[in-house]
Design a protein around this ligand. Structure first.
Ligand SMILES: Nc1ncnc2c1ncn2[C@@H]1O[C@H](COP(=O)(O)OP(=O)(O)O)[C@@H](O)[C@H]1O
Ligand SMILES: Nc1ncnc2c1ncn2[C@@H]1O[C@H](COP(=O)(O)OP(=O)(O)O)[C@@H](O)[C@H]1O
Ligand code: SF4
Ligand SMILES: [Mg+2]
Ligand SMILES: [Mg+2]
Lengths: 262, 262
């Protein structure tokens, strides 16, 4: 059966970078992967395809007939990518856009069925009904929260876990994308444990990631023998082998402050 | 006539800190101020009131009769504060919450009429129809964008300007809250100029701000003779004397990348 996995986290924390490297690592192991970019920044697929691709919302708003090859793009080792795109600034609903795009994709393409893994890259700054659309539509079977040891990304992560709890959706694990903050690993391990989950990956901050990004490739493709590529491969295996996802138990605001003050 | 001013910017860029210091500086000059916190983090008023205050959404969701003193709190030199609060994570719409809260406030209180300045502290990570609610409802007469010289906050600022343009709302100016990035002042000055606006304040990064925040006071109250307090006072005078707000001309994605690569 197809795994539908969402990666949620604060803007700028490393969702797209991590998701695209996971996708590339899974493709290396022979899995068929579809990446669905749900961030209005539409930058989930640049390192997989080699350049920015048109968004579904741009195409839908433009009118006219749309075929599968207008929205689904193939990248590294056959990874397929779509970018939902954002609402028209100031008027639309980012969340409704995700639903419109997914419904449209189903009409023009079989991409959602002919894969082993669908990865949703979703911003977690605002945990509203809109951004939880992939979950409310019953698409996502498990979610990962990506954070660092700093207060703001943890606050966003905790808020995401409140949304997951409210929607009775299991949390499969917490990923720490290191910002080299003091005591980061212990803080994020405690955070994951208190949520009733666990830390599934500690991704070091590594300049190779940005070098590859500048060349519009993932670290998996651009530096396959590097230590960081191995970290992404291990995370990809974890995601495909499946953890025991559990509905999270969010922390109180006081506890979250305590945890980051240590 | 009452000035309704919105301050938009990416999460963590310094909206609440800047808005509360502006409010305190305006109160020092004898202006009557109301701060409306529209960020689901509900931390716009902590340094004005001295502690976190209950949010309107919590009270409204709790049911029961609500009086003015349950939602409107007085802080430093009589500054009045309300926190809208966020949607229930995963289900509500952060934007609709703002409209519900403002309509409710009007029913229980005259706070919106008995002031000279209403400051809306609004997150700008997602520029959807929801967060532009204060604008669409005709409340906000002018907006300020707060950013640093880094790509992510500038990207959010540019997206906000697209929303302002779409809603034909004037941009009164750009505020740079320094992150001490290389060439920051020049980058943000160019950004402001190309939007058809101008840089109205360059706020240095200053440890006094965080020291005061830990004591739950603004820099205006906690360090009135400091250089940073003077910067906030100058910005407060700029906001009250009014710039010539103009509808912005957003930059293209390519130009924005170019600007931050210099
Ligand atoms: N492990 C890492 N080491 C170094 N840089 C990283 C790492 N992960 C992400 N980054 C950098 O952080 C920035 C933000 O990452 P991105 O994936 O775009 O965040 P998001 O999708 O959450 O907004 C990118 O420039 C990326 O190169
Ligand atoms: N000029 C400044 N100098 C030093 N620290 C600052 C400054 N402005 C904001 N900060 C700090 O940055 C953090 C984020 O600011 P905040 O106002 O909460 O952001 P936002 O409301 O945009 O999410 C706070 O901890 C605050 O103390
Ligand atoms: S549901 Fe979320 S994305 Fe949609 S309009 Fe409301 S706040 Fe914006
Ligand atoms: Mg991204
Ligand atoms: Mg704030």
């Amino acid at each position: 059966s197809i795994k539908h996995v969402a990666i949620y986290g604060k803007g700028g924390i490393g969702k797209s970078c991590t998701a695209s490297n996971i996708a590339a690592a899974c493709a290396d192991e022979g899995h068929r992967v579809l990446v669905v970019g749900c961030d209005p920044k539409s930058d989930s697929s640049i390192t997989l395809v080699g350049h920015r691709i048109p968004t579904m919302m741009e195409l839908i708003q433009g009118g006219g007939e749309i075929k599968e090859e207008d929205v689904v793009f193939q990248g590294y080792k056959g990874v397929r990518c779509i970018e939902v795109g954002g609402p028209e600034p100031g008027v639309g609903c980012a969340g409704r856009g995700i639903i419109v795009a997914i419904d449209f994709l189903r009409k023009v393409s079989k991409a959602m069925e002919e894969v082993d893994l669908v990865l949703y890259d979703v911003p977690g700054d605002i945990v509203c009904g809109g951004f939880s659309a992939p979950i409310r539509k019953g698409l996502v079977s498990q979610a990962y929260i990506i954070t660092s040891g700093e207060y703001m990304p943890l606050y966003a992560g905790n808020n995401i876990s409140k949304g997951l709890k409210r929607l009775n959706t299991p949390l499969a694990g917490v990923i720490c994308n290191s910002r080299e903050a003091a005591g980061e690993r212990e803080i994020v391990e405690s955070f994951a444990r208190e949520l009733g989950s666990r830390l599934v990956a500690f991704i070091p901050k590594d300049p190779i990631v940005q070098e590859c990004e500048r060349r519009a490739v993932t670290a998996i493709e651009g530096a396959p023998d590097s230590k960081i590529a191995e970290v992404y491969r291990a995370l990809a295996r974890e995601i495909m082998s499946g953890a025991e996802p559990r509905v999270p138990k969010p922390l109180s605001d006081e506890r979250l402050l305590e945890l980051t003050r240590t």
